[in-house]
Write a protein that binds this ligand. Structure first.
Ligand SMILES: C[S@@+](CC[C@H](N)C(=O)[O-])C[C@H]1O[C@@H](n2cnc3c(N)ncnc32)[C@H](O)[C@@H]1O
Length: 317
């Protein structure tokens, strides 16, 4: 409830800023940012062109928390859609050695980003593009840092899930992603910072021939709601629900407990998802020997992960 109020209040602040920034004659020269008027840190009431979100910059303590939460490394490619003065991308590149791309609809802000990147010594590892971010191809982004608005996050959400690779991270300042629950959240003063890890799509029916039962076939039927999964194992002896299912990026783990002659025997599965295959290991019983696990999905059974049945509706039968 409190979170909803904070989000609503922040949306109102941004809406007021949008209105003020749209007044004619209110435009200042962004080529000399030191001369522009700030009411307080991050609030710029000078010249701007915007389409969907007004320009309000992220305070540096939040920038640093976003970079920390995303666990940005030198081999990452960090994107900021609606990059403003470029501080998220520039600071990530400066602190970690990563590459970065900033996209903004305002060409003057993009010119400012380029001069700031040069001054910070990261211009060779960063790129700034004047573009509507709904048109941006984000397939190379391994980290997405954003400060937008709730409905814009929701409009970009399918794009992130479709284009970014499993295991990539999305970090948002203040606003969440609706019913896509974050994997982590932290607070910097009153400001929330949210982290999501892009999950692999594991929906559908996965089959394999178990080493211990020659001639048999096992099928794992998975239903998925963003990163949350539930499933059942279908084999000659019937169906059995999987326990402790977990999906983090492209890594899936779960176990199955079967009754063998009145004794519960636990089998642990873990694997890496790549398209329509899962490759990993199965450990049964006492756990002394790990057997290779290679499951293949029937592609016709795969569904979407952001508009399927809610996890609460998934059957346990
Ligand atoms: C709230 S500011 C965030 C600035 C920066 N990311 C930060 O956190 O400091 C949002 C930015 O999005 C830009 N923007 C708004 N609509 C856009 C669109 N459709 N395409 C690209 N940029 C857009 C605005 O010009 C503004 O700079």
């Amino acid at each position: 409830m409190k979170r909803a109020w904070v989000a609503a209040a922040a949306a109102l602040v941004l809406a007021v800023l949008a209105l003020v920034a749209s007044f004619p004659g209110g435009r200042a020269d962004l080529s000399s940012p030191e001369d522009t008027a700030f009411l307080w840190d991050g609030l710029y009431l000078g010249k701007q062109t915007f389409a969907d979100v007004p320009y309000v910059s992220t305070p540096y303590e939040v920038v640093h928390e976003m970079i920390r939460m995303a666990d940005v490394r030198a081999d990452d490619v960090v994107y900021d859609l609606g990059c403003g003065d470029g501080r998220l991308v520039i600071e990530a590149a400066r602190l970690t050695g990563c590459r970065g791309v900033g996209v903004d609809i305002d060409g003057e802000l993009i010119a400012l980003c380029r001069s700031r990147a040069k001054a910070a010594g990261v211009d060779e590892r960063t790129r700034f593009v004047t573009q509507d971010f709904f048109e941006t191809d984000v397939r190379e982004a391994t980290v997405m840092l954003i400060y937008l608005l709730p409905e814009i996050n929701l409009r970009l959400r399918p794009k992130f899930l479709r284009e970014m690779k499993p295991g990539s991270r999305v970090v948002s300042h203040v606003f969440d992603m609706g019913d896509w629950r974050p994997d982590a959240r932290s607070l910097v003063g009153w400001r929330s910072v949210y982290l999501w890890v892009i999950p692999a799509n594991v929906t559908g029916d996965w089959s394999w021939a178990p080493a211990e039962e020659p001639g048999q076939s096992h099928t794992l039927r998975i239903r998925q709601d963003f990163q949350r999964i539930r499933g059942e194992l279908i084999r000659a002896g019937g169906r059995i629900g999987i326990s402790a299912p977990r999906l983090s990026g492209d890594r899936i783990t779960f176990h199955v407990v079967q009754d063998v002659g009145g004794v519960p025997v636990r089998t642990q599965y873990e694997g890496v998802v790549e398209g329509n295959t899962i490759t990993g290991t199965v450990v049964s019983g006492s756990g002394v020997r790990a057997v290779r696990w290679h499951a293949v999905r029937d592609p016709s059974t795969a569904g979407r992960i952001d508009e399927g049945p809610r996890i609460s509706e998934l059957s346990r039968d």
